[in-house]
Design a protein. Structure first.
Length: 363
């Protein structure tokens, strides 16, 4: 079997933390052949760690786009560049995995979807939280009808004091926003995925810029308030066309006691489920009625299950990479469809717009 040749555009935190380690575990199926970053040292470092003898590094992503030997490109760059690089790669005949969020607005996300359809190449978005143990378990519950018709949900993406102080997270021109587009995108993706509902009717949102100078106690260290350009929290009420509703909360800095990141609460006609987080670990709280009694159950995922002969723990990013490569090699849909991610972007953009105007956004 011919290996897929992969190019990486953007060799920063997310590439080294997720994409490259996941692909490296698939060395029997892929070669990471090209590394691109506007900082040449980062591209060279990634090549040295993850490349092969014939891999190369560069600073211009068009070199990868024009490389006819590449089959796949991963886009791991600032949010505002996602559409441009993704569409260029698709037009050049490459399959593309683009890191979340898909784009900074709906128009760009739709252009990405339309381009992928027109050229007949696969496109997926990096929502790796779908591949957590608790997320997979809850998906099976939903698919088996254990919750019934899910008509209300909460999408939670709240940190107490954890503003990312590296990269360009607080740069609005490059990121398009703050915790809503960074964290809220994961929580909303999970929630819509479980509900199986991608038809929003209206969105009302509130966006706060209250804590940009409150650097004390930040888990990632202090930041420069003068360069903090994005919101610190945002909240949205989403009504779907069938009447189902979602309340979305996203923050980097919010004075709460119980942070939750990429979590959802689902309320259905047969039962409910709630994701809880403590550090890197997640649990699922399940509730339902049975035999005339109210039943509560806690499913604990802190006990890790090893895989492989070496007992190496399988991470969500590893599963994400494996299913993506399998989708290309065996020509089936990836788990995260671009049409789904497009709706996530559409809703996030509407929350920002509603927060700015003080009026609901109708679709």
């Amino acid at each position: 079997m011919k290996k897929l040749r992969i190019g990486i555009v953007g060799c920063g935190f997310i590439a080294n933390g997720k994409h490259l380690p996941g692909l490296a575990k698939l060395s029997d199926k892929v070669d990471i052949a090209a590394f691109c970053d506007i900082i040449s040292e980062r591209a060279e470092k990634a090549k040295a760690e993850y490349g092969s003898a014939d891999s190369y590094a560069c600073t211009d992503y068009m070199q990868l786009v024009n490389d006819e030997s590449l089959d796949v490109i991963h886009v791991c760059t600032p949010n505002v560049t996602h559409c441009e690089i993704t569409c260029a790669a698709l037009e050049a005949g490459k399959h593309v995995m683009c890191e979340k969020p898909m784009a900074v607005n709906y128009a760009e996300a739709k252009k990405m979807v339309d381009t992928a359809k027109r050229v007949g190449k696969k496109l997926t978005i990096g929502y790796q939280n779908r591949f957590r143990d608790d997320a997979i378990y809850l998906r099976k519950m939903v698919d088996n009808g254990r919750l019934g018709d899910i008509y209300y949900a909460q999408a939670n993406a709240m940190r107490r004091r954890c503003v990312p102080t590296w990269g360009v997270f607080t740069n609005k021109a490059l990121q398009g926003g703050g915790p809503l587009i960074d964290l809220g995108t994961h929580a909303l993706d999970l929630t819509l995925w479980y509900m199986g509902n991608y038809e929003p009717e209206s969105v009302s949102g509130t966006v706060f810029y209250k804590m940009g100078d409150k650097t004390e106690g930040n888990l990632c260290g202090p930041w420069d308030p003068a360069s903090y350009e994005v919101e610190d929290s945002a909240f949205g009420f989403i009504r779907m066309k069938n009447g189902a509703t979602i309340y979305l909360s996203a923050s980097w800095v919010l004075n709460i006691m119980e942070p939750r990141e990429a979590c959802t609460t689902l309320c259905g006609t047969e039962g409910g489920a709630e994701m809880r987080q403590k550090g890197e670990d997640y649990t699922c709280l399940i509730n339902y009625a049975d035999g005339g009694r109210l039943v509560d159950a806690t499913v604990d995922f802190t006990q890790k299950i090893a895989f492989g002969p070496d007992g190496v723990e399988e991470k969500p990013g590893d599963r994400e990479a494996a299913q993506w490569i399998d989708a290309i090699l065996n020509d089936h849909d990836p788990v995260v469809l671009p049409e789904q991610a497009m709706v996530v972007t559409q809703i996030l953009e509407a929350i920002y717009e509603s927060g700015k105007t003080g009026k609901p956004v109708y679709f």
